[in-house]
Design a protein around this ligand. Sequence first.
Ligand code: IMP
Ligand code: MG
Length: 183
Amino acid sequence: MANSDEFEKFISAEELEQRIAELGAQISADYAGKDLLLIAVLKGSVIFLADLMRNITVPHSVDFMATSSYGSSTETSGIVRIVKDLTMSITGRNVLIVEDIIDTGHTLHYLLRFLKAREPREIRIVTLLDKRERREVDIEVDYVGFVIPNAFVIGYGLDFDEMYRNLPYIAIPKEGFFGSEVE
Ligand code: IMP
Ligand code: MG
């Protein structure tokens, strides 16, 4: 397990808390008097979802999906597979997809097509992080926490090889991190 001196704090817990409160307030205002179903994409978005939904003051329900993309642990391949489907029907509902990070956009592009086929009333997207400069397919994102540069980030739900999701902040691994051996 790498030490904290192997990565650099990039977005602090306080900054996350403040921005998520703003997102929650904006979403609450936009969905006042409307139906709302949050769909979180496992696993990376669970920490964000948990904090975001406590900042959303309008009634809403939650459901989960899981996707997996073929490729290495730091790059997505563009081939997406649904590994866990929703348990609720989304037909006629106002869906808000909750994502941890949008990178190339392939995952969401696929997911949007998949969900639109079920004829929801509307689909919007909220993402905590947006690596906009990496985009390979165009995605219209309604709510963005932070636009970040092209760097691999960990923490606050985001993993490297299924680890570091528990960091309470977003961090950028330092040089040598990816090659470091787990003891
Ligand atoms: P996309 O399909 O390229 O947009 O990739 C989206 C998915 O790749 C995210 O939901 C994450 O699971 C993963 N991902 C992309 N960038 C990062 C990162 O910097 N850290 C951790 N996971 C990432
Ligand atoms: Mg994800």
